[in-house]
Structures are given as structure tokens and as C-alpha cells.
Design a protein around this ligand. Structure first.
Ligand SMILES: [Zn+2]
Length: 138
């Protein structure tokens, strides 16, 4: 069965509609963009497919950067045990992860509550994994 979802990423103001088929295996399932419900100023006048992949790329880049920090910087991370017994990692209290995109849609991550050494290490890590032209740690 084909399902239709709306997606509003936390990385911009776009709202996009896509379909997916629950007959497909979850790991190989494809999201097919079907409609641009709303285009934010940064993503105006783009074709549907290009629009969707651009917004997805930016959103995933932010999520991957956050994930890399959690995976690679144990001294900045607390492990929290949820009610169901599963564990999740989160940045320690006092550390703030904020993000924005500059005029060229380069991701700017601002981390407060960490040392400049950590910032340098994180910058090297995320740029090596995600591309130095794509991301900056402020
Ligand atoms: Zn957008």
C-alpha cells in the first residue's frame, strides 16, 4: 500500500510531501517526492526532485554531524537509559548544539560549553567525514 507523508525538516521552512510503499523492505524503501507544499526562501524555484534531495541532504548533514559528535566524543556525552531499558546518547548538560546555514547553504554548527580543543577536533572530524566545503564548527 502506498502511503503519503508530509515532511517538515528542522533545518529549513520547507514542507514536502512524499510517498512510500509499505510492501517494500524498510531498509531499501524509497521515498518518492510528490509535492512541494511549501518552499522556504532558500529553496524556492527548484524542481520537485532536486528540491527534495537538496533539503534531505542538508537535514541529513546536520543529523550526521550531530551523530558523529555523539559517537566520537565520549567525554562530551552522557548515556541515558530510557523507560524501556534502551540507551541513548546525548550531549552533557551545559553543552549546546545549534545550527544554521549560511548564504551558500554551508552548515554552521555552533557548540557552546566545550573547549576550543574540542571544537578543533570536532571540526576536523566532521569536515573529514562530510566535506570541508559543507560544514563549519563555530
Ligand atoms: Zn527549505
Amino acid at each position: 500500500m502506498i502511503h503519503t507523508n508530509q515532511w517538515q525538516p528542522d533545518t529549513c521552512g520547507c514542507v514536502l510531501e512524499y510517498t512510500w510503499d509499505d510492501a517494500e523492505n524498510q531498509s531499501t524503501r524509497v521515498h518518492t517526492p510528490t509535492r512541494i507544499v511549501k518552499a522556504c526562501p532558500a529553496h524556492i524555484s527548484m524542481g520537485k526532485d532536486a528540491h527534495y534531495s537538496k533539503v534531505l541532504d542538508e537535514n541529513q548533514r546536520k543529523n550526521k554531524a550531530h551523530g558523529l559528535i555523539l559517537e566520537s566524543m565520549p567525554e562530551l556525552v552522557d548515556e541515558v537509559v530510557l523507560d524501556d531499558g534502551s540507551k541513548v546518547k546525548k550531549l552533557k548538560n551545559g553543552i549546546e548544539f545549534k545550527f544554521a546555514f549560511d548564504a551558500n547553504r554551508k552548515l554552521q554548527i555552533s557548540l557552546t560549553g566545550i573547549t576550543s580543543k574540542h571544537k578543533t577536533d570536532i571540526q576536523a572530524l566532521v569536515q573529514a567525514k562530510l566535506g570541508s566545503s559543507k560544514i563549519d564548527i563555530l
